[in-house]
Structures are given as structure tokens and as C-alpha cells.
Write a protein that binds this ligand. Structure first.
Ligand code: NAD
Length: 403
């Protein structure tokens, strides 16, 4: 990451963090998300109320919150204005709050100096990043917010992974032909189902907690040994392997070829006895590790279910197809995309609070945009500013692709 950059003086004035009315109200705009299947919205009435009470103008595109069950009238009651067209929404807007990355067409509607905040998926969204650079739009990417304690309240990766883990456990239960809990009934005793979670990060831990609440026997595995304590504290069994692949920033590193063999042997045995397997293993910036081979799937019980949360980054199971349901050897393999959008009400609420905390960093107590993005969190998440791409991996990809 390059050195932080000076913000444009006198422009972006917001006061999400200040108590009184802002000196110069800022216009914040929230578009309706256009990505297929996206139900979330970047703000909710509770957050809008705080911004408008501080004297700022919040514009919501008509129907932006409908998919998440926040109808226009709730936003109006919170002090927002409803914009009936993109032009009305964006004309004079200083800050745009989004969930999904903007497309090139979205960027083309933004005036120079507009600040966009949201997930940017920068290395997979190069054309839009290049367009933001060329149009001198300022973009903050929430996936680049560092995982430090002070940034926890703005950690949208974690809030949305929580929603994804919860949804994954429900999806597994829904597709499993068995009850998850033990039942003692007049029609006999039902043994509890076994749920295996591979990857015990934020999503995995939420999937464990949800499967436990549904009454399943839960086992989990992660290459980071530190995850063991968290798994056990949720009442699940942690599968130990003589590997600790914790690396920089608490993330996992890629395993050596020898370690991969050991891992696959242990994982295969656990997969074969599970009724539901939820996989969440990921290594930032890399293809998802392959944990379940085609051969391992063939050893599973008929009716078993795999929910592969890594589907969009290549899949943890060899047979996964992103966005599809595959059936092989009587096993159902789900490759869901955008799981947080399945719980849009609370996923949006958590996301909106993350943005509220982020906005409080971007402005000072008088409601003025900070003049320098020197704060560690702002500097790390600043993707594009004043015609420059500041995230080195993205900049390298752009110059490699001559964009
Ligand atoms: P992630 O989405 O990058 O990966 C999910 C999980 O997959 C991780 O736990 C990772 O260890 C695991 N994994 C990777 N390769 C694997 C393999 N071959 N086999 C099994 N598991 C494998 O992770 P995440 O959920 O974003 O969290 C990553 C870390 O960051 C965790 O330690 C988490 O507790 C930590 N974290 C810290 C904060 C903070 O504010 N301090 C916030 C969020 C997360």
C-alpha cells in the first residue's frame, strides 16, 4: 500500500460521528443493488436517522431496501429522501454507499471526487477500478479493512461471513434427508446427525454454532491450531492434525505438498462419516484449497450433503459448481453464491453498522472529511484516489493487463 493521500479540501463533509449538525451537510446516496440475486442494501433506517439528525442528506434510490424488507416509507420516516432515478440519486452526491462493487456503467455516472465505499473485489473487477482511477473517483474497499481490534466494528467481511455461516448450516439441514437432532419418540429413537465443518474462521464458527443449536453432533477442522479453542468452546470436537499453518495477520498459509497429503487423509475419514459437510476453507488472494476429492465423495453416505462456501473461489470440493447443485453417488453438493443475501434483513443491518463506523473515521468531530487519510484503517482500505490505484496487487494486475 502506498502512502496515504490528502483528501480534496472542502469537499466531502459528513458527520456520522459528530453530535451536532454538520457545518456543511454532505449528500450520501444509496443505490439499489443491481447484481443478480442481491437482496441487501448498504444502509438501514436506523443508520439513516443518525446521519440525518447530524444534518446530512441521505438519498435512497426507490426500492433499494425492498429486497431486505426495509420499504421506502421506513427510510422516509428516518429522514431520507427517496430518489426515483439514478440521476436524482447521484446529482450532487458526495458519498455513495454500496454493497457490491460498482460496474463500469455505475462509475460512469459518478462525478469526479465522489467517494464510493463498499466491497470492491478489486482484483476481479479491474475495468471498473481503472474507470474509477480515470474518472478520479475515490474508492474505499471494505475487504481491505485490516483485521485489527480497532477495526472490528467496520469489519464487513466478518459480519457478512457470520450471515453466510448461518445460512450454510440451514442449507445443509434443509437438504439433508435426516433430522439433525436426537429424537426420542413413540416411533423410535433417532440418532443425531453428524455435521463436519472444514475451515473454522468466522463463517465456519457460525456454522458450528448453528448446527449445534439444531442438535447435531459437530466436528470441525482448521489448519490454524488457534481455531481449536474456539471450536471446543462452541461444544464441537476439533480434529487435530500435526500442522499449524497460521500465518501473517492470523490467516492461514498454503500447505506444503506433504502437509496436503496428510490433511486429505484425515479429512477423508471425517467426511466419510458425516451427514452434512460445510466447507469454508480459504486463503486470502488464492484459489480455495481442495479438501474433498471426487474419490472422497464416493465414500460418503447416500443422502449426505456438502455445502461448499468456497464455491466462488474454486471450491473446497472437486465436484462443486458455483451457483449449482450437483448430485453424485447419492451425495448432494451445493455451491451457493452470495449466502449473506439469504438473510438480507440482518446482513444489511450489520453491513450498515459497519459502514456507519467507517464513516465515523472518515470525518472529524466537526463533520468535515479528514484532510489526510493517514489513519491506518483508511490508508489500508483506500483503493483509488485522485487518479491513482493505491492497492499494489490491483495496480500490478492493471499494468500487466495494460488497463
Ligand atoms: P478466511 O475466510 O480467510 O478462511 C476461512 C478459514 O479457512 C480460516 O479459518 C482458515 O484458517 C481456514 N483454512 C485455510 N486453509 C485451510 C485448509 N487447507 N484446511 C482447513 N482450513 C483452512 O478466514 P476468516 O474467517 O476471514 O478469518 C481468518 C482469521 O482472521 C481468523 O483467525 C479469524 O479469527 C481472524 N479474524 C480476526 C479479526 C479481528 O478483528 N482481529 C476479525 C475477523 C477475523
Amino acid at each position: 500500500m502506498s502512502t496515504p493521500v490528502i483528501a480534496q479540501e472542502g469537499k466531502g463533509i459528513i458527520s456520522a460521528g459528530s453530535k451536532g449538525p454538520a457545518a456543511t451537510p454532505v449528500v450520501l446516496a444509496v443505490p439499489k443493488e443491481q447484481a443478480s440475486g442481491e437482496q441487501r442494501v448498504a444502509t438501514v433506517p436506523e443508520v439513516v436517522q443518525k446521519l440525518t439528525k447530524s444534518g446530512h442528506e441521505v438519498r435512497i434510490e426507490h426500492d433499494a431496501g425492498t429486497g431486505a424488507y426495509y420499504p421506502d416509507d421506513l427510510f422516509t420516516a428516518a429522514g431520507a429522501k427517496i430518489a426515483s432515478s439514478q440521476a436524482d440519486l447521484l446529482n450532487g452526491a458526495r458519498i455513495v454507499l454500496r454493497v457490491q462493487p460498482p460496474t463500469v456503467a455505475d462509475v460512469d455516472q459518478l462525478a469526479e471526487g465522489t467517494v464510493v465505499i463498499g466491497f470492491m473485489n478489486p482484483t476481479h473487477n479491474l475495468e471498473a477500478v481503472a474507470r474509477m482511477r480515470d474518472r478520479k473517483v475515490t474508492a474505499f474497499a471494505l475487504e481491505l479493512v485490516p483485521r485489527i481490534t480497532r477495526a472490528q466494528s467496520m469489519d464487513a467481511l466478518s459480519s457478512q461471513a457470520t450471515a453466510a455461516g448461518y445460512s450454510a448450516a440451514l442449507l445443509g439441514a434443509e437438504n439433508c434427508p435426516k433430522f439433525l437432532p436426537m429424537l426420542t419418540t413413540a416411533a423410535g429413537t433417532i440418532r443425531p446427525a453428524t455435521v463436519l465443518i472444514l475451515g473454522a474462521g468466522v463463517a465456519g464458527l457460525m456454522a458450528i454454532a448453528t448446527a449445534k443449536r439444531l442438535g447435531a453432533i459437530v466436528e470441525a477442522y482448521d489448519v490454524r491450531r488457534a481455531a481449536g479453542e474456539q471450536v471446543r468452546s462452541l461444544g464441537a470436537k476439533f480434529l487435530e492434525l500435526e500442522i499449524n499453518a497460521e500465518s501473517q495477520g492470523g490467516y492461514a498459509r498454503e500447505l506444503t505438498p506433504g502437509e496436503k497429503v496428510k490433511e486429505q487423509q484425515m479429512v477423508s475419514a471425517a467426511v466419510a462419516r458425516a451427514d452434512v459437510v460445510i466447507t469454508t476453507a480459504a486463503i486470502p488472494g488464492r484459489k480455495a484449497p481442495l479438501l474433498i476429492t471426487r474419490e472422497t465423495v464416493a465414500t460418503m453416505r447416500p443422502g449426505a450433503v456438502i455445502v461448499d462456501l468456497a464455491a466462488e473461489s474454486g471450491g473446497n470440493c472437486e465436484l462443486t459448481q458455483a451457483g449449482k447443485t450437483v448430485r453424485e453417488h447419492g451425495v448432494t453438493i451445493l455451491g451457493p453464491q452470495n449466502l449473506p443475501a439469504r438473510v438480507p434483513f440482518h446482513a444489511s443491518q450489520m453491513y450498515a453498522k459497519n459502514l456507519q463506523s467507517f464513516l465515523a473515521l472518515l470525518i472529524d468531530k466537526d463533520g468535515a472529511l479528514v484532510r489526510e487519510f493517514t489513519d491506518e484503517i483508511l490508508a489500508a482500505s483506500l483503493l483509488v484516489h485522485a487518479g491513482t490505484v493505491l492497492h499494489t496487487p490491483t495496480r500490478d494486475l492493471l499494468s500487466g493487463g495494460k488497463l
